[in-house]
Design a protein around this ligand. Structure first.
Ligand code: GLN
Length: 328
């Protein structure tokens, strides 16, 4: 993630604009060869500029932005570092760099984000897929692999509550050919992205994207409202942690996908209250949580009489990131 500890002081947006604009204008009006903006010059200049604005990983962001603006990928930039950028490309880059120096998530600027080796369309209004969430998908796949091959449900009903970009729903559907997924979100904007990604991967037949609040739409779906798997990456940032969340997250990503009350467990409590009744016996529940609240969330899950085998699972960095349980 491109998260930055440093907050830009207020008003810096306009200052940045002033500092950036003349530099490119000057470049575009001066015709002498040493002033030509080649890939090499652009990378160096943008990295320096973003670094001075405390943007995290400025070199990496510079490579992504230049590659995007000239229609290639970051690795291929290095095959032709002396390539001069056209006026149009510089124009595109100017807008991207301005947004990046205001700490907008680079995935919004590129219009896509990677998730388990696939690219998902993202933009303002939807949470950028996180690396930690990839592990949630892997936990479900591991659970499925552990089922007796003769007993593996087909269709395998999966509910993804708070689907956002639908990165979890699409990835699960692509890995599990028997999966039928109901992907729920209450944000209309998020659903626009979910629909885009479902059709991008041709999954419209096996993923139903539904507008609704948490488990409510599950009632009339699945096997009489019940599912084999219920997954969720709900909002879970507590009020006290919100202020310390990186600028590029706090200032740009949808708050409703991130914040969940005083202790960050508001939505988790709802899911533990309503979720189990939507699971079939033996069904799997996996919920992403804040690493600091994982043991409390697990304690709450063990209080649910319908659940057993409640455990905390870790993400790829080894942090306590999910709670999982099985429906009795
Ligand atoms: N892991 C995200 C963050 O801390 C939060 C995602 C979420 O609330 N589901 O930025």
């Amino acid at each position: 993630m491109f998260q930055n500890a440093a907050d830009p002081p207020s008003g810096i947006g306009r200052l940045q604009q002033r500092a950036w604009y003349p530099a490119l204008v000057a470049a575009s009006t001066q015709q002498r060869p040493e002033q030509t903006w080649t890939t090499r010059h652009l990378l160096a200049w943008i990295e320096e500029h973003l670094g001075s604005r405390s943007v995290d990983e400025p070199g990496l962001v510079a490579r992504w932005l230049v590659a995007h603006a000239i229609g290639t990928d970051p690795i291929h930039l290095y095959t032709d570092l002396d390539r001069p950028a056209s006026e149009d490309e510089r124009e595109r880059l100017r807008a991207l760099v301005q947004r990046a120096s205001g700490h907008e998530p680079v995935q919004y600027l590129l219009g896509e984000a990677g998730f388990l080796g696939r690219s998902f369309d993202v933009g303002p209004g939807v949470l950028v897929p996180r690396t930690a969430t990839e592990t949630l998908v892997q936990h479900v796949l591991t659970w499925h692999r552990g089922l007796d091959p003769d007993q593996r449900p087909d269709p395998l009903w999966i509910a993804d509550v708070g689907t956002g970009s639908a990165c979890i729903a699409v990835t699960l559907a692509m890995h599990l050919s028997a999966a039928m997924v109901v992907a729920v979100d209450r944000s209309e904007q998020a659903l626009t992205w979910a629909h885009r990604n479902v059709s991008r991967y041709g999954m419209g037949e096996r993923i139903e994207v539904v507008e609704g609040d948490l488990c409510e739409p599950l009632q009339s779906r699945g096997l009489s409202g019940r599912f084999h798997v219920l997954v969720s990456n709900p909002p879970y940032i507590s009020d006290s942690r919100w202020e310390s969340v990186a600028t590029n997250v706090r200032g740009f990503e949808p708050e409703e996908a991130l914040r969940a009350g005083i202790d960050g467990l508001d939505v988790v409590r709802h899911l533990l209250h309503d979720g189990p009744s939507h699971l079939l016996p033996g069904g799997l529940m996996v919920i992403e949580v804040d690493d600091h609240h994982a043991s409390e969330a697990c304690r709450l899950a063990s209080e649910c009489l319908e659940l057993e085998h409640c455990r905390v699972l870790r993400d790829e960095s080894g942090d306590d990131r999910f709670i999982t349980a099985i429906r009795r």
